[in-house]
Structure formats: C-alpha cells, structure tokens
Write a protein that binds this ligand. Structure first.
Ligand code: SF4
Ligand code: SF4
Length: 169
C-alpha cells in the first residue's frame, strides 16, 4: 500500500516537473528549446510529423508484419491498380503509443530494401521532401540484392508482392 509520505513525494516530483518544463518553454533560451519549437508550442501550431508517404507506399504489409510490437495497422483504401497483377488496397498507420522506434519498418520496407528508393515509412518523421517516383515502374525495376536478402525480405511481404519479387530474382 502506498504511504502518504510517498504520495506527497510523487506529487512534489510531478508538480516540479510541470513547473520546470513550463519555465523552460517560456523563459528558456534556444540552448534548451529551439526558438522555432518554442514559438510553435506557444502559438499552438506544433506540426505532427508525417510517418508515411502514401504515394510511395505499395501497401505490401511488410512493415506491419515485421513490427515487433504490432504498432502498425493496415488501413483499407480505395484500390489502386499499380501493375497488371498488383493492386494496392491498404496503407500503414503507426500507433506511436506502441512504437519502440526500432526502425525495422523503415529498413525492411521493400521500396527501400529491394528497390533502392527512399523508404515511404519512418516512425519519427518521414519528411516532406521526396522525389516523386512512379510506383508502377518501381515494381518493374531490376532487383540487385542477393538471393539470401530477397528470401529474408520476401518472408514478411504479402504473398502477391512476394511472388512478384521472387519472379524477378
Ligand atoms: S513495407 Fe513499405 S511499401 Fe510495404 S506497406 Fe509498409 S510502407 Fe508500404
Ligand atoms: S519503428 Fe515502431 S512502428 Fe516501426 S517496426 Fe519498430 S516498433 Fe514498429
């Protein structure tokens, strides 16, 4: 059972933390908080970073399958025909409360690991500046990684994409 003294201590630490953080945000110099971030906090305009570039994602489910904490949910979308035999019908969404920032989703994503383009997923911030690529041409690109790597990556992909990649190797 928690004693009163422990509760008082806990409340003191909690309140001190709140006070120090507010003091840091309001009066701190850029040594503690960047001026840009301080301004965004004070004006309520903090931007939530983007974690998925939907246009680059091919909806293969690899990130969701490799995630060790099940932090990625595949959200259904209006189907988009990418090639004659491949349709994208879902895109990933990261739950930040479950993410442990291992970066497996980023590193195993076939757009990055197989086709050598930037990864369409990053748990912190995928960034806004990216080169537009034609995903239909992406799936026709020559695969230049070893068979061992292809086998490893293929094992986490949706069966449809696994077949496409295997056919190319
Ligand atoms: S592994 Fe990459 S391409 Fe596949 S669903 Fe995830 S982000 Fe999209
Ligand atoms: S970085 Fe987060 S979302 Fe990505 S695989 Fe690791 S735990 Fe899952």
């Amino acid at each position: 059972m928690i004693k009163l003294a422990e509760l008082k201590n806990f409340a003191k630490i909690f309140l001190t933390g709140i006070y120090e953080n507010l003091e840091r945000i309001i009066f701190g110099s850029e040594r503690y908080t960047s001026l840009e971030m301080r301004k965004a906090i004070l004006t309520g305009t903090v931007k939530i970073p983007k974690t998925v570039i939907e246009e680059l994602c091919i909806g293969c489910e690899g990130c969701a399958n490799v995630c060790p904490t099940n932090a990625i949910e595949m959200i259904p979308i209006e189907p988009v025909k990418i090639t004659e035999n491949y349709v994208k019908d879902k895109i990933p969404k990261i739950n930040p409360e479950k993410c442990v920032y291992c970066l497996y989703c980023h590193d195993f994503c076939p757009v990055f690991s197989v086709f050598n383009e930037i990864s369409p997923i990053h748990p912190r911030d995928v960034g806004e500046d990216y080169i537009e690529i034609d995903v239909s041409k992406l799936l026709q690109k020559k695969v230049e990684i070893s068979e061992e790597q292809i086998n490893k990556i293929s094992s986490i992909l949706s069966i449809n994409l696994r077949r496409i990649i295997k056919d190319k190797s």
